[in-house]
Design a binder for this molecule. Structure first.
Ligand SMILES: Nc1ncnc2c1ncn2[C@@H]1O[C@H](COP(=O)(O)OP(=O)(O)OP(=O)(O)O)[C@@H](O)[C@H]1O
Ligand SMILES: [Mg+2]
Length: 468
């Protein structure tokens, strides 16, 4: 019956305990490898130190108890001496005037302090007899019997000395509990040692684990720029091996990209001659309509080939990154576009700060932004370029237009190479469908990105983010 009532309680208690342990662990357990290693190290160091301290303290307490017992024994014997040396009548008076301190309180009685338990503490008996020798006492004055209750490690014991006149001098001895350490500085020193050990282990672990962070950062940079400089291969063996493996992988990726690009440009290059030849031959077609359509197709083909070659040039060109004023770059680019399209000059506007230095490859960045502004002009009739204030180390560049925008489902698709929503490939409204692909490639290589949004008031908004 009672078992049935206690069971749900017990289950609930176990569950609460398990949860609090789990929460406790989850609350303290750090996420980073450095944090976890440092925590384990610091915890083990503290544990080892605490165990050492406990062993020391226990040993010290044993020793201290022994010393206090010896001290009390000597005091008890001295008291006995004072009392036993006085005349039998004056004993009570002698005891009253004698000094009784240090946890010893004595009285004269007719019986021993203990009965059946007496004489059991043989070790103490021996010790008392030995201590007797420390206090000079004539032979006839020695106690006839000693009765002790208490063990070698006890803090309290009772002792009785029988004198020659059959009276017992009984004493209660109450020793103070020994402290594991004497001074408060000891605890402070222990805490200081634990803190220093923890700080040192955190520092050492962070230093040892730092190369993992470097490796992660290098992988991040490689994702953006295949031509990123290789990692240093120095340091402990494992780290050097990881860096070497990483560098080899980066080299292979670089070669792979180069081979692909080379293949692309080689095909583009080789296609140019047959296209030119075909164009010449098409001129000889008699049917005007057929000739016009053939020439149109060939023009389109030629434009695609040129664009392909341009992409290849972009990838292989390793323009150095420098400090560039983004605003100056935007103003130049808008001026150049105004010169190229004089009809659209007043449709190209810029709002934002007067200067904003960033770290970038100026020619590549310009090509990316030109593609975006030109799209706004071609498909939206105007381009409003603006710069938002820098936030979290990123600057946001917006290119807005008043055109039809792009269906929400297609906002990402248009970044695919050669994808155009407008099926005609005529010269007026654009080219090959590579503009956004190129722009995204370049911006991502800068550590930024580009995405498209439809503005609620109509028109497309291109959002470019770039690290400052
Ligand atoms: N601002 C815009 N408004 C509406 N549609 C757009 C806009 N920008 C791009 N698009 C659509 O996205 C497609 C892809 O654009 P992208 O710039 O990649 O190629 P393109 O402009 O057609 O050719 P290219 O830029 O290579 O000369 C365009 O064909 C167009 O249909
Ligand atoms: Mg375009």
């Amino acid at each position: 019956m009672s078992d049935q009532t206690t069971k749900p309680w017990r289950a609930a208690m176990v569950e609460i305990a398990r949860r609090s342990v789990r929460f406790g662990v989850a609350g303290v357990w750090p996420n980073s490898l450095a944090g976890r290693t440092a925590l384990v190290l610091a915890a083990s160091l503290t544990l080892v130190q605490a165990a050492g301290l406990a062993i020391y303290a226990l040993d010290r307490m044993d020793l201290l108890t022994l010393a206090m017992q010896r001290d009390a024994a000597v005091r008890a014997i001295s008291l006995y001496r004072v009392v036993s040396l006085s005349s039998p009548d004056g004993r009570r008076a002698a005891l009253a005037t004698a000094e009784q301190d240090g946890g010893v309180s004595a009285r004269l009685q007719a019986d021993p302090p203990v009965t059946e338990l007496a004489y059991t503490a043989a070790a103490m008996q021996r010790q008392f007899r030995a201590d007797m020798l420390l206090v000079p006492l004539p032979q006839e004055q020695r106690p006839r019997e000693i009765a002790i209750l208490g063990g070698p490690q006890s803090q309290r014991f009772v002792i009785g000395f029988r004198m020659e006149d059959r009276l017992w001098l009984n004493m209660d001895i109450d020793l103070p509990t020994p402290r594991p350490w004497q001074s408060n500085n000891f605890l402070a020193a222990f805490l200081l040692m634990a803190v220093v050990a923890t700080v040192l282990s955190v520092w050492a672990v962070r230093r040892r684990i730092a190369p993992i962070g470097t490796l992660a950062a290098a992988a991040e940079v490689l994702g953006r720029d295949v031509n990123a400089p290789p990692l240093s291969q120095e340091g402990p063996t494992e780290i050097a091996a990881a860096a070497m493996a990483f560098n080899t992988m980066a080299l292979r990726i670089r070669r792979f990209v180069q081979d692909r690009t080379f293949m692309l440009t080689a095909i583009g290059h080789d296609l140019r001659t047959p296209i030119t030849r075909l164009k010449l031959r098409a001129e000889f077609v008699d049917d005007d309509d057929l000739r016009a359509r053939m020439l149109n197709d060939l023009d389109e083909l030629q434009a695609m080939v040129s664009a392909t070659l341009a992409v290849g040039r972009d990838i292989t060109a390793d323009e150095p990154a420098t400090r560039v004023d983004l605003v100056a770059l935007l103003r130049t680019l808008l001026d150049e576009l105004s010169d190229t399209f004089p009809d659209h000059a007043e449709h190209l506007t810029y709002t934002g700060p007067d200067s904003l230095p960033i770290h970038a490859r100026p020619l590549a960045l310009k090509r990316a932004i030109v593609n975006l502004v030109q799209n706004a002009l071609n498909y939206g009739g105007l381009a409003r370029v603006s710069l938002a204030p820098v936030r979290n180390g990123l600057v946001t560049l917006l290119v807005d237009d008043d055109g039809p925008g792009i269906a929400d489902a297609k906002l990402e698709d248009v970044f695919q190479a050669f994808l155009r929503l407008e099926p005609s490939r005529n010269r007026e409204t654009g080219g090959t469908g590579l503009g956004l692909t190129i722009a995204r490639n370049i911006l991502r290589a800068h550590g930024g990105d580009v995405k498209l949004e439809n503005r609620p008031s109509g028109g497309l908004r291109v959002v470019v983010t770039l690290p400052v």
